[in-house]
Design a protein around this ligand. Structure first.
Ligand code: ADP
Ligand code: TYD
Length: 212
């Protein structure tokens, strides 16, 4: 074949408890990479495609007891499948950097651990319907009380897991750190308890070293 090989896209996800600074850091990383000439798609879950944004409303608005634990897993997975088909895979195929605020690790944690041990169901559905892992996952780790107070300061109509209180936030933090040990090749843990610029510099250094 003639010509240069197609640029390889890369898939970066941010994970962590509510209020840890994921959205802020995802946006700053996108700006940093764009300033360095990369083609970047900044996206989020649940959401990131028009169908998945509709499902986001179904899972995050209204009565939190509306769905059974199993139905909730199906809805998050349906949203992810649409996002993958319409946004993530096309962007990766054209050599872009995809930065996603939450992905399957959030389902492993929130749906897998919060209402009984449903991790095996989450994993089975993931391998059946998604089958894609990020190249790099930045876990923004932080003290749950600080995360909760940051998250609570935001306004909005969405029911988030932060509303379930500090105990769940603590279990989620421990769960995310355990997940980082389970998948050490792609996870990097970043201390989110520092000022925004210091965290952003750490994130940019990790991404430069790991991927670009
Ligand atoms: P997440 O997406 O993890 O829920 P956000 O990025 O939305 O977190 O941040 C939650 C709130 O905390 C926002 O108001 C944001 O401006 C603020 N914030 C984010 N990172 C920091 C930080 N390192 N120090 C102080 N406040 C922060
Ligand atoms: P998000 O908008 O990232 O919230 P935050 O900025 O507060 O971190 O995500 C909304 C909520 O959706 C959050 O409480 C976590 C939850 N969630 C799941 O329960 N499962 C999932 O698979 C995803 C992607 C999110």
């Amino acid at each position: 074949m003639n010509g240069k090989p197609a640029a390889r896209g890369c898939f970066i996800t941010f994970e962590g408890i509510d209020g840890s600074g994921k959205s802020t850091q995802a946006r700053l990383l996108a700006e940093h990479l764009k300033a360095n000439g990369r083609d970047v798609v900044l996206t989020r879950e649940p959401g990131g495609s028009s169908g998945a944004e509709e499902i986001r409303k179904l899972v995050l608005e209204g009565d939190p007891e509306r769905w059974s634990a199993e139905t909730e897993i199906l809805l998050f997975t349906a949203a992810r499948r649409d996002h993958l088909e319409r946004t993530i895979r096309p962007a990766l195929a054209s050599g872009k950097v995809v930065i996603c605020d939450r992905f399957a690790d959030s389902t492993r944690m929130y749906q897998g651990l919060s209402r009984g041990d449903l991790r095996p169901v989450v994993d089975q559905l993931h391998s059946l319907m998604i089958g894609q892992e990020p190249d790099l996952t930045l876990l923004i780790d932080m003290d749950p009380d600080t995360g909760l107070s940051r998250a609570k300061a935001r306004q909005g109509t969405e029911e988030r897991f932060e509303d379930f209180g500090p105990d769940l936030q603590r279990r989620m933090r421990a769960g995310f750190l355990a997940l980082a040990k389970e998948f050490p090749d792609r996870f990097r843990v970043v201390d989110g308890g520092r000022d925004i610029e210091t965290v952003a510099k750490d994130v940019a250094d990790i991404v430069t070293r790991s991927l670009l």
